[in-house]
Write a protein that binds this ligand. Sequence first.
Ligand code: KG4
Ligand code: ZN
Length: 340
Amino acid sequence: MDITILGIESSCDDTSAAVLRGNVLLSNVIASQEVHIRYGGVIPELASRAHQQNIIPVVDAALKGASLTLDDIDAIAFTRGPGLLGSLLVGVSFTKGLALAKNIPMVEVNHLQGHILSHFIDLPDRQLPHPSFPFLCLLVSGGHTQIVLVRDYLDMEIIGTTIDDAAGEAFDKCAKVMGLPYPGGPVIDRLAKEGDPKRFHFARPSVDGYDYSFSGLKTSFLYFLRDRMAEDPAFIEENKADLCASLQYTIIEILLNKLVKAARAFDITDIAIAGGVSANSGLREAIVREGKKRRWRTFLPEFKFTTDNAAMIAMTGMHRYLKGEFAPMDVSPVARISEL
Ligand code: KG4
Ligand code: ZN
């Protein structure tokens, strides 16, 4: 009999619940929070309040979507961290309440492992391609940029990480400077399609090993715009597409450069991407192109599994459940986790 897991994700600004039976996703409900748009970024206090409002209807909808009740659930998997403490607290507390009331075991999940294991989810009507171990995963989100060596479901090692900003942060911060709405990543992706990626050149970092840096690019972008705007106040408006295309091109080149280097050094040909920025159409095309050249098997997540979702939390929770790794009742959320 396949195991049935209810997953709960509340690490940032999306409240999500999902039901997974075996590897098959039965439901995945995501309530995105609109309140942050007018502030141009996530306001933690507003996020946790919105989670509180959303969590019961979202969990309810996920169970209904799977045509199940809590009596059918073998374990509840929840995101313990990393993320915003106030947001995590809502998911953790809610899980405890539910687990206690219904006598269901709890399993804690590292959000970043979740993004990576989203590559193992199947849909009711079709199997998705799964990478083989060991594989490399480029994990690119709003808060993280890492190259992860994945030896097994729960055996992962970060071999490269950003020493300052994350790739998603670079997208979002540069978008903000151009007056684009939050989150900037998808907006830049859309505008970049109309622009010339080689028109403008921005600073590229020189960092050792497989680590990344994006703060120099952000600063160079900022100063470039300041100088051009001083000459011509309409510069951003008139060159938006080329700016977006050139910025995106630079970010992708930085990301791929280290990934190629790592793949070569570790002699690994199964290469995956995960996290919010893995939705970027330019990055997806570039990695497929690079993969063809280097005979990689490349794994791109379904769009619905790129940004934060509870399906990936349920998937990771299932593997912890199988190993008998249950969370105690006094478990507390953690904002930062240094290891995977
Ligand atoms: O994984 P995620 O949903 O949340 C975190 O765990 O951080 O990632 C959110 C990030 C944001 O920075 C957002 O701008 C970026 O993913 N993002 C994109 C795209 N879609 C989302 N960046 C570039 N292109 C996209 N299409
Ligand atoms: Zn995430």
